[in-house]
Design a protein around this ligand. Structure first.
Ligand code: MLT
Length: 409
């Protein structure tokens, strides 16, 4: 008799964004005339930059000619892309990486979900709360937790509350944890992490032989020059951190799919007997076994984001979304909402009015303003009482959504 992986039965019924989609479709069916504005999932709306499209087309043409056609590529990514990443994203910030420390992939969601499988199920994981649900759910699937409670907390996970009082950046825990998920600029709160806060995490990880999984998918939205873009800007991080980066939000690749993971050679984990093992070759082995690489045209398109024209066009995309963020922040503040984030990040995190539950506020916005956001409780118990708006909409929709929300107060 075939047995199911019962860990999946512990998961809450639906992944957050499909659940929002389900509720939205149900509402739309009952109200076909309603023009719904979606500021829920952080999905980009502007097309790919021109330099990216040109490179994409060129690469597709190369695939039509036997002289330039490409079959399987290197699983960890083509050298032309990895070199461009190292030179532009890291060298420019004083971080030296070698070619084999970067693994190109089809998304940070996949990488952040897959990475846990190279670590023992006996590890204790710690997450900031509220949190990108993928970090938690993939550990539940792997059997690293017990059951979930009614607030959505799973037994065995250490939840570190992110609140306005700690500027949405918790202190490292008192207890021993092994794998720590940090995402800064943060999804969902829009908070950023300065050098000192990150240095405390690096020190913790070094002292506890733990690993930091640093998700930097939103680094391109940082405006403040004092905020680090990479965990590897923090001294000592190479021995204790993995970094995730993505072209999704930076360059409009949510539907095109390209990202990368950085695993320094110095990073070690330990056998049950305490013997140190390098993590980089283990991820390499896993990557080569389970993944055949991102398609050549997509990698060529990603590399074009680093050309002179590409950089300028990417900057324009980011500026456009950050202007949306500014508009959302400013208008909501004028309406009397307590607002966080949206300055160095494309997410605005607002306190729901009058202590309203976050799903209740979701329903209110949907029913009365036809605006979709993301209820904070969907990101974890500490998200209750908060609500996330994404700045990735188009400008007219953002303006219209603000006008509608303004009419509610
Ligand atoms: C979000 O809205 O939190 C993101 O779009 C999710 C993702 O990047 O997978």
């Amino acid at each position: 008799m075939i047995k199911i992986n019962e860990n999946y039965l512990k998961l809450k019924a639906g992944y957050l964004f499909p659940e929002i989609g389900r509720r939205t479709r149900a509402y739309q069916q009952g109200h076909p005339q309603a023009r719904i504005i979606r500021l829920g999932i952080g999905d980009v709306t502007l097309p790919l930059p021109a330099a990216v499209i040109e490179a994409f087309h060129r690469a597709v043409d190369e695939m039509s000619d036997s002289a330039t056609f490409k079959g399987y590529g290197p699983e960890q990514g083509y050298e032309f892309l990895i070199r461009a990443i190292i030179d532009n994203d890291y060298k420019s910030r004083g971080v030296d990486l070698s070619l084999d420390e970067i693994f190109v992939s089809d998304g940070s969601k996949c990488d952040s979900g897959n990475i846990q499988e190279i670590f023992s199920v006996a590890n204790t994981i710690a997450v900031t709360d509220p949190v990108y649900p993928v970090y938690v759910d993939t550990n539940v699937m792997a059997g690293r937790t017990g059951a979930g409670d009614e607030r959505g907390c799973y037994e065995g996970i250490v939840y570190m509350a992110c609140t306005p009082e700690n500027n949405f950046m918790p202190e490292p825990p008192e207890q021993d944890v092994d794998l720590i998920y940090l995402c800064y600029p943060n999804n969902p709160t829009g908070a950023v992490a300065g050098c000192e806060a990150l240095a405390r995490w690096v020190a913790y990880a070094r002292a506890h032989k733990a690993i930091l999984l640093f998700d930097a998918a939103y680094e391109a939205f940082i405006r403040d020059p004092a905020i680090p873009h990479s965990i590897f800007e923090i001294p000592g991080a190479r021995e204790v951190a993995i970094e995730l980066r993505s072209f999704s939000k930076t360059a409009g690749f949510t539907g095109t799919r390209c990202a990368f993971t950085v695993i320094p050679k110095e990073l070690q984990a330990y056998t049950a007997g305490g013997k140190a093992v390098e993590v980089n070759p283990i991820w390499h082995r896993r990557h080569c076994t389970k993944f055949n690489g991102v398609s050549y045209p997509v990698q060529a398109a990603a590399a074009a984001t680093y050309s002179q024209a590409g950089k300028k066009q990417v900057r324009e995309l980011v500026d456009y979304y950050m202007e949306n963020a500014r508009i959302i922040r400013t208008r909501l503040s004028e309406f009397g909402y307590q607002v966080y984030g949206g300055v160095d990040a494309p997410y605005i995190w607002l306190q729901t009015p009058d202590g309203m539950g976050s799903w209740e506020f979701f329903d209110k916005l949907l029913n009365e303003a036809h605006v979709i956001g993301t209820p904070g409780a969907g990101f974890g118990p500490a998200g209750e009482g908060f609500f996330r708006l994404s700045a990735f909409g188009d400008r007219d929709n953002v303006e219209a959504a603000m006008e509608r929300i303004g009419r509610l107060v």
